[in-house]
Design a protein around this ligand. Structure first.
Ligand SMILES: CC(C)(COP(=O)(O)OP(=O)(O)OC[C@H]1O[C@@H](n2cnc3c(N)ncnc32)[C@H](O)[C@@H]1OP(=O)(O)O)[C@@H](O)C(=O)NCCC(=O)NCCS
Length: 184
C-alpha cells in the first residue's frame, strides 16, 4: 500500500504515530470543521489508530482505508489521507469518501492535494473503485479548494443527521478521473 509522491510517503500506521496523531486531533483549529468541531482525547485517537489499522487488516492489505502521510525530508507524520465509507451520511451510501487531515504546521504547502492525488490514483488504479465522494462543511473553503483541484464536482449540499451541520458533497467517477489524467 505504500505510495511515494514528490514530497510525501503514504504508508501503513505505526505505534509511534500515536503521539503526533493525538496532537493533530487535539488542535481546535484542525478540528474546527470536522463533525461538531470538538477535539479528540488521546484515548479517542488511540481508538482511531486501531480502526485505521483494522480497516486494512480486514481486507488483508488489499482494500482501502487511511494512509499515514509522512514528510519524506523529515520523517514527520503530517497527518492522513483516507478512503473510507461515509457511514455518517446514509443518504449517499453506497459510497467511498476521500478525506484528509493534516497538522497545522503542514498546511499551505499543497500537501493535502499531493497526498489526495496519490490516494485517488490508488483508489481507481488499484482498489478497483468506480467513484469517490468528498464531504466538507459548507464554510470549509480550504477543503473545497482541494476538492476542486482534484477535479471533483458538486453532487449536493445536505445536512449530517448526527449533528445537523451543513455539508457539501462532491464526486468524481473513474471515467472523469481518467479523462482528466489524459488532459494533464
Ligand atoms: C484542509 C486541509 C487538509 C488543507 O491542507 P493543505 O495541505 O493546506 O491544502 P493544499 O495546500 O493542498 O490546498 C489548499 C487550497 O485551499 C486554499 N485555501 C486555504 N485556506 C483557504 C481559505 N480560508 N479560503 C479559500 N481558500 C483557501 C489554498 O490557497 C489552496 O489552494 P491553491 O493551491 O489554489 O492556492 C488542512 O487545512 C487541514 O488538515 N485542515 C484540518 C482538517 C480538515 O478540516 N480536514 C478536512 C475535513 S473536510
Amino acid at each position: 500500500m505504500e505510495r511515494l509522491t514528490a514530497r510525501l510517503r503514504l504508508r501503513a500506521w505505526q505505534d509511534a504515530d500515536l503521539d503526533p496523531l493525538a496532537a493533530v486531533n487535539a488542535d481546535p483549529e484542525v478540528m474546527r470543521f470536522i463533525a461538531d468541531g470538538s477535539t479528540r482525547t488521546r484515548e479517542e485517537t488511540a481508538a482511531q489508530l486501531e480502526r485505521f489499522r483494522g480497516e486494512w487488516r480486514d481486507h488483508h492489505g488489499h482494500g482501502h482505508g487511511a494512509f499515514a502521510v509522512e514528510v519524506r525530508s523529515t520523517g514527520e507524520l503530517a497527518g492522513w489521507v483516507a478512503l473510507t465509507v461515509p457511514a455518517f451520511l446514509p443518504e449517499i451510501l453506497p459510497a467511498v469518501e476521500i478525506g484528509w487531515r493534516l497538522g497545522r504546521a503542514h498546511w499551505g504547502r499543497g500537501y493535502a492535494t499531493e497526498a489526495a492525488r496519490a490516494a485517488m490514483e490508488f483508489a481507481f488504479a488499484e482498489a478497483g473503485l468506480d467513484r469517490l465522494v468528498s464531504i466538507c462543511h459548507v464554510d470549509h473553503h480550504a477543503s473545497a479548494r482541494v476538492m476542486a483541484k482534484l477535479g471533483m464536482a458538486l453532487d449536493r449540499t445536505t445536512t449530517v443527521p448526527a449533528h445537523g451541520q451543513p455539508v457539501r458533497v462532491t464526486a468524481i467517477t473513474r471515467e472523469q478521473y481518467a479523462a482528466g489524467s489524459h488532459r494533464a
